[in-house]
Design a protein around this ligand. Structure first.
Ligand code: MRU
Length: 338
């Protein structure tokens, strides 16, 4: 299916419709399913990815777990809750959304409308995310005193959220306000969320960009070509330490060296109030084959040992500000008293 515009996640006629991001940018193919194992596998294989998007899909999946009435809803609900919780460990939005669904399930366990109530909650989580993205876009405008070139990492746009995105929506909103001149897109090895997904979105949005290899960022900064770096987050500790796609910490460290501002953009649901500092964040490790081959084509020997963390943690002292749907937080980060 080819569309000029696209929906990342949609629920219609009892099915979840997910744009399969592993096929982008070449093909816009939608998975339409109410099979919970297919949904769990879609999260694990990054057919749908990005912290807020994973949370939204998991919320719909928990509603779907009670779609066909049958015996023992509690058993079914818990089985799928555990299965989904085991898909990807780092993005807190997944656990936040599962917990929201669990609270609603427990409160309404004896209602004959349990499925509708859960579906309503999943739709609310989805709708709220759209609103949060809009606010993040607006709250990010204040970081641009003048038009700048921006560098970003991974994909934090419409493909990663229920709405227009987090860091990428700051970039889009600022571009439309005349504050972004050009975007450098880290290709984001190994799964190429930058060169496949962010490029796809920027092309659709008509924003000028160039893909760079992740190792090109230092040289661009040295040449004075980067005015600001903005990335997303998968989990933010209470002290501001931030887990995001592997390579984010490299960028933050380079920004410090070159005196370039480095910002994170994320909804407040990405702040983990149970996590005091970055050391407590569980980092997902991925299979070696994602490094030894690219889209199924071997680029080295498959038997070589690989070390592949999917995320790193940027210490709070490297972060100039965290743009949320509530406000722009600046150091020292205080999410509790806001
Ligand atoms: O492995 P991914 O593609 O799910 O990683 C995504 C990121 O690291 C994003 O920057 C983060 O989830 C924020 S998305 C708004």
């Amino acid at each position: 299916m080819t569309k000029n515009n696209f929906n990342t996640i949609e629920y219609a006629n009892g099915k979840l419709i997910i744009l399969d991001q592993t096929r982008l940018p070449f093909e816009e193919y939608y998975i339409e399913t109410d099979e919970l194992e297919t949904i769990a596998e879609a999260i694990e294989k990054l057919r749908v990815r990005g912290a807020p998007a994973i949370g939204i899909v998991a919320a719909y999946a928990m509603a779907i777990s009670l779609k066909n009435k049958g015996d023992n809803p509690t058993q079914r609900f818990n089985k799928w809750l555990n299965r989904l919780a085991a898909t990807r460990p780092t993005a807190v939005n997944l656990f936040w959304a599962l917990n929201e669904m669990k609270k609603v399930f427990e409160k309404n366990i004896s209602s004959p409308n349990l499925f509708d109530i859960l579906l309503g909650k999943a739709e609310e989580i989805h709708d709220n995310d759209i609103e949060m993205c809009n606010k993040i876009g607006q709250n990010g405008l204040s970081i641009f005193e003048k038009p700048l070139n921006v560098l970003t990492h991974c994909n934090t746009g419409k493909l990663a959220t229920g709405g227009e995105g987090t860091a990428l929506n700051v970039i889009k909103t600022a571009f439309y306000a005349g504050k972004v001149k050009f975007v450098y897109v880290d290709e984001t090895r190994p799964l190429l969320q930058g060169s496949r997904l962010t490029a796809f979105e920027l092309e659709k949005a008509g924003i000028p960009f160039a893909i760079i290899t992740d190792s090109t960022a230092a040289m661009l900064m040295q040449q004075g070509k980067v005015g600001v770096v903005i990335t997303g987050a998968d989990r933010i500790a209470v002290n501001g330490d931030t887990a995001n796609k592997i390579g984010t910490y490299n960028l933050a460290a380079l920004c410090k060296l070159h005196k370039i501002p480095f910002f994170i953009a994320a909804p407040m649901s990405t702040v983990d109030f149970n996590c005091r500092e970055g050391k407590e964040i569980t980092i997902e490790f991925r299979k070696g084959e994602e490094i030894t081959s690219v889209r199924g084509t071997p680029v080295t020997k498959s038997e070589y040992k690989v070390y592949s963390p999917a995320f790193d943690v940027t210490p709070a002292e490297f972060i100039s500000g965290i743009i949320t749907d509530v406000k722009l937080f600046t150091p020292p980060f205080d999410f509790i008293s806001r």
